[in-house]
Design a protein around this ligand. Sequence first.
Ligand SMILES: [Zn+2]
Length: 476
Amino acid sequence: MDILKTLKKSAIALAAGCLVSSLLSAEAVIDRGGSIESACDESLGYLKSYLKIDTTNPPGNEEKGAEFLSKILQNNGIESRLLKSAPGRACVYARLKGNGKKKAVILLNHIDVVPAKAEDWQHDPFAGEEIGGEIWGRGALDMKGFAIAQLEAMLLLKRSGQILERDLIFLGTPDEEIGGKFGAEWFVKNHPDLVKDAEFLLNEGAFIDVSSEGKVRYWGVAVSEKSVLWLNLTGKGDAGHASMPMSDSSVNKLVKSLSRIIENPPPAVVLPAVREYFSKIGPTVDEPALRSAFSDIDSAVKNPLLYGEILKDKMKSSMLRNTISPTVLKAGYKTNVIPAEATAELDCRLLPGVQKDDFIKSIKETIKDPSIDISVLDWVHTDASPFNTDCFKAISSVAGKEMPGVPVVPMVMPWFTDSHWFRDIGIISYGFEPFEVDPQHLATMHGKDERIPVAIFRKGVRRLYEVLEKLCVQPN
Ligand SMILES: [Zn+2]
């Protein structure tokens, strides 16, 4: 709750004038027959009910969630369809028609959630309760909260009676948490016709970033995620009695190779979106050395001292380079037997645009041992969406009005979402959740005690509505 107080204070201090304009915009909606405040009340009710539907994946059972969302859309006069991808699993798809002057916008959300161990939580993860000014439940942040904000923003636009220049598509999908085989991947392969006219997509990914002291640092817009490359390294050699060591044993070869990989991490590469990210957050950083380093990140990464400082931040450093994490190691079955084979699995995350074969070639050059066999366990390639677009501008405009001076920054996320399926078919896809999230709440996603403060959820509904109004509504 402290964070809310602080946020409230900083919002007043930062944006007193802009609150007036945002209130004016709310008034305008009330005049058009819809009230944002009552819509927020309504959407809080929807969220609590939605959190009660257990869509833990596996197995998912997302059809129940899809039916719930579909019913709300239907009850509000928006036709919706359920698209079954597997037994008990379904997408929900709905379209609010515009005049077709511009291309459509998709609001994408996943219906499934990761498992929650009830005994670890302070409150029942599937009760959807409001406790201490927060809505508790698995999915409150990831991502049933944002799904309901998307739904409510769509209802508000319909009720406002304004003329839309773009169709607005609501798409809820199953199976995101396990890769999307029965969700986004299935949808894009089986129903690409339903979104072929879309220009933009808004999905989970980045948030409005808040420090642990409650300071809003920036509005993040994920323009890409890193590609996933999982590799298997195998060292082979003679088996033998461990009392007589062999310098070229499978284990020795593998350990030397891993050591070279760890000692020689991939170099920094500054992508245009990442350069923009650092230059925009630079002025907001308190520490003077980092402030100037961020404003000229290309030079900073060449300065070992500064680069070392930047690398201490896992999130920021992940945007600056390809990464390699050795995870699974397997060799041997008995202490006194040298095994003939030793293997290591590497989780590599590559910056958008980096090709698998080029990266494997660079690993071979690093390990300098042609006898080590490298095979690919998994490869999911991603590209980046541009950030000089009407959608990015709409988000920036809403942010600028509410929080002048707080930057809106493009980001390359280290983790994965379903956005890449849609980038693959040419849709500019952004990860943008209009909620302030501090480190404490961020840790509850995929963790225990997941929850979203009511005040922050309400502000998110309003912000998303304002972004969509700017992006979709025909100007007077
Ligand atoms: Zn998610």
